[in-house]
Design a protein around this ligand. Structure first.
Ligand code: ADP
Length: 920
């Protein structure tokens, strides 16, 4: 059993070994048979396991060596390879080729099958190539050729790069076509989609709404640029495309763009330019345009920078628009500034007002002050509130605000303001905002007021005020012109002034125009003009040039006064004068006249006869030649005094007769006044007083002599009377004593009279000597007051005064005061009070003596200081006197450069005063 078992086991073992060996031998045989099919991966396996016996090529062992060798190469190559063999073009391929057949397609059935059967879809394409190769042609080469094939259950577009080459059999003739191929579908598709994306990219650039371009490489070659970019560059595509940009667009060189581009290209940093000024060609010349642009690095997939993408937009117009806007805004600001306009914006809902500084200033505020609308309203002049209110009401209706009001500043000053504005309405049509300007029109207003005033003056003038242009055309015509010439303003404006000019005066107008054109005035020109009714008028003209704003003469203004009545009067005066002359010439007295200025312009015939001078001689050398040389100075002074003060001229002087003798004349002249009291002329007469003068001199001589002669015996009598009175002082003889007393008193009176007469003589002869010294005047007044009071105990003399030192003749001033006081006592028998005062006025001591006596009439007041003048009347007769006291007083005071005078009213009393200069 065991043996059997062993035998069995051994048998089994050997059987196994046998089988194994048999297998190995079979295998070895197969391997040997398909050596050329060894390797080759899946396709190798497939080929080896395929039952080739029924195939078109028969079993492999029948295959010619050339086939075997070729298949061996194919199977062992990692390149996709395919083989068409034999007349049936049986198909073989390797693993590398296998994927090109897809799934669910030709594989694996195509292996060993006729090419035509399986490559129906491409047969028309490849068959000619195969034929060409088999016919002994050269190997073919096709790249990326589209050869759609059926695979993956459908027809697919497949791209190939392939080469067909002949495989020769043992006879040396092509028996098959060896195909090395590469499916490039993916590559082609990738390329295609790349191309597509490129195309789209380019399209994007080309169609971009902004200027775009690509600069490629470090030289910034223009790879693509859209129309907008070309337009921006001012170039045609041909000029720039595919050229370095600064070569194609040399105008852009040197504007700082090169380093920018380089920097983007080198660093990849984006560059953004905003409104950069660039000079570029436009219509044949360079123009500065403003461009916003971006340079962006163009990066490849691997991150390297291959170029720069530039996008740009021309913002010149925006920039210039903005500039224009800015300029116009600036202009507006300048205008606002220059026009001194204040601007404001008032929110009508909130009453909030926004204003410019100038506006504030106009209302008297300082820059930066915060002011509310109500504050501003409060500043309005109360009289103008209604004006403003009305203006606002109107503004809401019309949309336009326009008014002028006064505003009162904090300092109380009043200013005129003009406001203009526009109302803004909301969608509902309600006003919600006002924007406007204000202007200080105080000056304008004043100017207008002045103009109005001026116009009123012109209109109210009684003189015709006419203006004309340089062509003599009337441009203005006032009411008086209408009055004087009879033409209305309407009738005359635009008319030539010649209308008013009599034919014989036309020349005159031409010369006036010439004078005016040279800038001169024509003053008080008397001429004749014709009025509307053809009447000749006497006209006095004042013509001045009118200057334009540049100082050039643009016309003339004429003030014409109708002096016809005046001329008429002058003619009448001339006639009267004629009469007057006839009359004057028939008089033996000298008659003469002078004009208002004191020029002597007429002498009657008697003057010529007396003086022996002709009219011409007097005219030539003056009338003063008639007057005695010693009298001339005083004469002229007195005459000029009268002319200046308008007081009557009274003067005694000597006139030289034709025979050389001088005779005294008393000349008097009185002014002739018009209705308004203005002196028109002086009419004077001179009367011969030679004889009176001589009598006067004799009288003076007699007085002088008598007083001198009387002085010695009176002094002697006075001495003896004094002696007798002393001797008989204790006598019982009362008659003797009384008589001596009376004699003494009368001698005092007589002495004083003689002293006065002597003084008069001295004055007349000019020998009154003054002994001036410093003295205190109130002391002197007190002394005199006491003295007079003593003699006149019935009167009450009151003195109050202010001490003042004078440099004067104390005796003579005492004499004046004694005289005034004596008169005050003498001429006030019924009132007993006399007041003396002194005060200082204008460096003079004024001393006044006030009585309440009989007073003096106005006419007498003027004469009482004359020699021997006494007021006549029944009252005065009762007062003794000679009328020389005041004459002497007046002379003394005048010699002291002082003044003496009186103010009095008959029956009420008199105030006599004198003044002399205080000591300096
Ligand atoms: P007589 O010696 O006449 O007083 P005067 O020269 O002193 O001379 O005065 C001239 C005239 O003035 C007087 O005659 C008198 O009529 C008038 N007179 C002078 N003083 C006064 C006076 N105080 N009151 C009124 N009349 C006076």
């Amino acid at each position: 059993m065991c043996n059997l078992l062993i035998k069995d086991i051994c048998f089994t073992f050997f059987s196994i070994i046998w089988f194994c060996m048999k297998q190995a031998v079979a295998k070895n045989f197969e391997a040997e048979k398909y050596r050329f099919l060894s390797g080759g991966g899946d396709m190798g396996n497939l080929m080896r396991s395929k039952d080739w016996s029924a195939s078109l090529v028969g079993p492999p062992d029948t295959w010619p060596q050339s086939l075997r060798t070729t298949l061996s190469i194919i199977l062992n190559s990692k390149f996709p390879m395919f083989l068409f063999w034999g007349p049936d073009l049986v198909c073989f391929y390797n693993d590398a080729y296998r994927p090109s057949l897809g799934n669910e397609g030709k594989h694996p059935n195509i292996l060993g099958s006729r090419g035509e059967d399986y490559w129906q879809e491409i047969w028309p394409v490849i068959k000619p190539l195969i034929d060409q190769v088999l016919a002994g042609g050269e190997a073919t080469w096709s790249e990326d050729q589209l050869i759609p094939i059926y695979r993956n259950g459908k027809m697919e577009d497949v791209y190939w790069t392939f080469s067909y080459s002949p495989v020769n059999d043992e006879s040396g003739k092509p028996a098959g076509v060896f195909v090395t191929c590469n499916e490039t579908t993916e590559k082609v598709n990738t390329f295609r989609s790349l191309q597509e994306s490129n195309r789209m990219y380019v399209n994007n650039i080309v169609q971009a709404p902004v200027a775009m371009c690509i600069f490629r490489g470090k030289d910034h070659v223009v790879e693509i640029a859209n129309e907008l970019m070309l337009k921006l560059w001012g170039k045609k595509a041909g000029e720039v495309m595919h050229k370095p940009i600064f070569e194609g667009l040399p105008e852009a060189k040197g504007q700082g763009l090169e380093p920018l581009l380089d920097n983007v290209y080198n660093t990849g940093e984006r560059f953004i330019a905003n409104e950069r000024a660039v000079s570029l060609p436009r219509n044949g010349r360079l123009e500065t345009i403003y461009v916003n642009f971006v340079y962006e690095a163009l990066k490849e997939a691997d991150g390297t920078i291959s170029g720069v993408v530039a996008t740009a937009s021309d913002v010149t117009s925006q920039k210039t628009e903005r500039k224009k806007l800015e300029e116009s805004e600036e202009k507006l600001n300048i205008v606002i500034d220059a026009s001194q306009l204040g601007t404001w914006e008032l929110d009508l809902r909130t009453k909030v007002i926004i204003y410019s500084d100038r506006y504030l200033e106009m209302l008297g505020y300082n820059k930066g002050d915060v002011v509310m609308h109500e504050d501003l309203v409060k500043q309005l002049h109360p009289d103008d509130l209604a004006t403003r209110e009305k203006a606002f009401e109107k503004a809401f209706e019309t949309g336009v605000l326009d008014y002028q009001v006064r505003v009162i500043w904090k300092d109380g000053s009043v200013h005129w303001l003009e406001a203009k504005g526009k109302v803004f309405y909301d969608e509902a049509g309600k006003p919600f905002k006002m924007i406007g300007t204000s202007r200080d029109i105080t000056e304008v207003q004043q100017r207008e007021e002045n103009m109005a005033r001026f116009a009123a003056i012109v209109q109210s003038s009684t003189d015709a005020i006419i203006s004309k242009d340089l062509n003599g055309i009337i441009t203005s015509w006032n009411a008086a012109a209408e009055q004087i010439f009879g033409y209305t303003e309407k009738e005359m404006i635009g008319q030539p002034l010649l209308r008013l000019i009599p034919p014989d005066k036309i020349e005159e107008e031409t010369s006036i125009l010439l004078q005016i054109k040279s800038g001169e005035r024509v003053n008080h020109f008397e001429t004749k003009r014709i009025n509307k009714y053809n009447e000749l008028l006497d006209i006095s003209l004042n013509i001045s040039p009118i200057r334009g704003i540049h100082g050039n003469i643009i016309g003339a203004s004429k003030i014409a006064r109708d002096i016809t009545p005046q001329k008429e009067a002058e003619r009448m005066i001339a006639a009267n004068e004629q009469k007057f002359r006839v009359l004057a010439d028939s008089m033996p007295q000298f008659v003469w006249t002078g004009d208002a200025a004191g020029n002597i312009n007429y002498f009657n015939q008697a003057v010529y006869q007396y003086s022996g001078l002709s009219n011409e001689q007097i005219k030539k050398e003056g009338w003063l030649q008639i007057v005695h040389p010693d009298d001339r100075e005083a004469n002229v002074k007195a005459w000029m005094d009268s002319v200046q003060t308008g007081t009557d001229f009274i003067f005694e002087h000597r006139f030289g007769r034709h025979d050389g003798e001088y005779r005294w004349q008393l000349s008097r002249a009185i002014p002739q006044r018009d209705a308004a009291g203005n002196i028109q002329m002086w009419v004077g007469t001179s009367t011969d007083i030679q004889e009176i003068k001589e009598q006067d001199q004799q009288k003076d001589f007699f007085i002088s002599m008598a007083s001198h002669e009387l002085k010695t015996p009176i002094t002697s009598i006075k001495g003896y009377v004094q002696l007798l009175r002393t001797a008989y002082a204790n006598s019982e003889d009362m008659l003797l004593k009384k008589s001596l007393g009376v004699i003494d008193k009368q001698i005092i009176t007589l002495t004083s009279l003689i002293t006065d007469l002597l003084d008069v003589s001295k004055i007349k002869s000019g020998s009154l000597v003054l002994n001036k010294q410093d003295f205190e005047i109130t002391e002197m007044i007190s002394e005199v007051t006491n003295q007079i009071q003593h003699v006149n105990p019935d009167h009450h003399i009151i003195f109050s005064g202010k001490p003042a030192t004078v440099f004067a003749d104390r005796e003579r001033i005492s004499q004046v005061l004694i005289n005034l006081l004596t008169n005050a006592v003498k001429y006030s028998p019924n009132s007993k009070e006399i007041t003396i005062k002194n005060f200082i006025e204008d460096d003079h001591v004024v001393v006044s003596v006030h009585d309440s006596g009989i007073g003096i009439s106005k006419t007498d007041q003027e004469k009482i200081f004359e020699r021997f003048y006494r007021v006549e009347g029944k009252d005065e007769k009762t007062y003794p006197g000679f009328g020389i006291g005041l004459f002497i007083s007046s002379e003394i005071i005048q010699r002291h450069d002082g003044k003496i005078g009186v103010s009095s009213e008959p029956g009420k009393g008199s105030v006599f005063y004198f003044s002399i200069p205080v000591k300096k």
